[in-house]
Design a protein around this ligand. Structure first.
Ligand SMILES: *Cc1c(COP(=O)(O)O)cnc(C)c1O
Length: 410
């Protein structure tokens, strides 16, 4: 989003015009930004056999999936439904990694049938897998190196209490299961959470993985998951991708020499690819002054963007209807009958009823975590691509609320 002639624009389009055309609330994504993030990642690992597996749970709109593929990335999926979405979007089965946790073995068998790479994250499932397929279906194994990433447990998956991955302390058991069932392990994986702030933490996890990898002779790739941090507000510490790329590439090359073969290096960024590309545009319904606070009540709520309430995430926002207005302090809240605060004590250009507020970093885990709570409609989604605003998901209607409900005679 940039200001041109006192208007907030994306690729030259005035966002207020986009709202006029498609209505509100509205999720808007900037295709150019998504492409740029993928390019940044590629540029950080020159000379490596790099595969970017976009973690599509962050934003699975089929048009976004097609865009990401056109930009040269592949897919990381966490449910059989995401696998099917990926296939529908044109990804080849071998471009899709399936990284579920705590799903039924039945679902894994379905994924095997579809021909995608399976990433197994517990020994019990691996035993069943080995019993069923032996070495006929190569697998990836998700290890937990127990590296704490950042301080927020809700988004760290490497610590000892985590439900994710097979503990690095279970390696002996793991090898027993692999040998007994003649399982072919072609990949090792770690995903330590969304809060990795510096290359050193990442490298510590990587070293643990390299150590373990020497005992797996059939590897084709090592997948370092995600953890790339983007800025949610000015001054946020973000992952220095260039620094990480340099340090990890060096360590990886050394490992490959020791291993005896050049392996592929994989990542699974979600947020990094789409977070900053997304804006959630909401209309101000009411300005409500209480003895303590001036509330901006908007035509949206935790039903559309739950991250602020669920993770206490900070989403920057601006009043795009009044760019040069006097700055005032507001608390921005939703219309849901819960405390659904989007932002506390935010400085916005003076807000009038009817003004459009743009909530930033809304690309990842925004629309995807939306619901019909309070029987509200989910918003529409628009992709701005090649200078055009294109509808990529229709706004819901009452039909969507009634769908699948069975009205019985009472
Ligand atoms: C969610 C997830 C990711 C992506 O995490 P981001 O923080 O969005 O980059 C990557 N890999 C796995 C296995 C995940 O579950």
């Amino acid at each position: 989003m940039e200001i041109v002639n006192d208007r907030y624009t994306v690729q030259g389009l005035d966002l207020l015009d986009v709202v006029k055309e498609f209505g509100d609330p509205l999720y808007v994504y900037d295709a150019a930004k998504i492409g740029q993030q993928i390019e940044y990642m590629k540029a950080a690992f020159p000379g490596m056999k790099l595969k970017i597996k976009y973690a599509c749970k962050s934003l699975t709109n089929i048009s976004i999936l097609k865009l990401v593929r056109a930009k040269g990335a592949e897919l990381d999926t966490v449910s059989i439904q995401e696998v099917r979405l990926g296939l529908k979007a044109g990804y080849k089965p071998k471009e899709i990694l399936f990284t579920p946790n705590c799903v039924s073995f039945h679902e894994i068998k379905e994924a095997v049938k579809l021909g995608v790479m399976i990433n197994i994250d517990n020994i019990s499932i691996l035993e069943q897998f080995g019993h069923e397929y032996h070495d006929a279906v190569p697998v990836c194994i998700r290890l937990n190196p127990h590296i704490m990433a950042g301080g927020n447990k809700k988004i760290s998956t490497g610590h000892v209490d985590s439900k994710f991955g097979i503990s690095i302390f279970q390696l002996r058991h793991l090898h027993r299961v692999i040998q007994t069932n003649n399982i072919k392990v072609v990949g090792l994986h770690m995903h330590s959470g969304s809060d990795i702030l510096d290359a050193e933490v990442f490298l510590r996890g990587a070293e643990v993985l390299f150590d373990a990898a020497l005992d797996f002779p059939d590897l084709q790739f090592i997948d370092f998951g995600s953890g790339f941090k983007v800025a949610y507000r000015e001054g946020d510490v973000t992952t220095d991708l260039k620094d990480l790329g340099m340090k990890l590439s060096k360590a990886f090359k050394e490992f490959c020499r020791e291993y005896g073969r050049k392996l592929e290096i994989w990542f699974e960024p979600g947020k990094y690819i789409v977070s900053e590309a997304g804006y959630f545009l909401v209309r101000t319904n009411v300005i409500k002054t209480t003895p303590a606070t001036v509330f901006v009540g908007v035509e949206s709520g935790l039903n559309h963007l739950v991250r602020p309430m669920m993770y206490d995430s900070y989403h920057d926002m601006v009043n795009i209807s009044n760019i040069n207005g006097t700055k005032r302090i507001y608390t921005i809240v939703g219309y849901i009958c819960e405390t659904d605060t989007f932002g506390l004590d935010r400085k916005l250009s003076e807000v009038h009823e009817g003004d459009i507020i743009a909530i930033k970093n809304a690309g990842a885990y925004g629309f995807m975590m939306s619901s019909n709570y309070n029987s509200r409609f989910r918003p529409a989604e628009v992709l701005i691509i090649n200078g055009n605003a294109r509808l990529i998901r229709k706004r819901e209607t009452m039909d969507d609320i009634f769908r699948n409900q069975v009205e019985i005679d009472i």
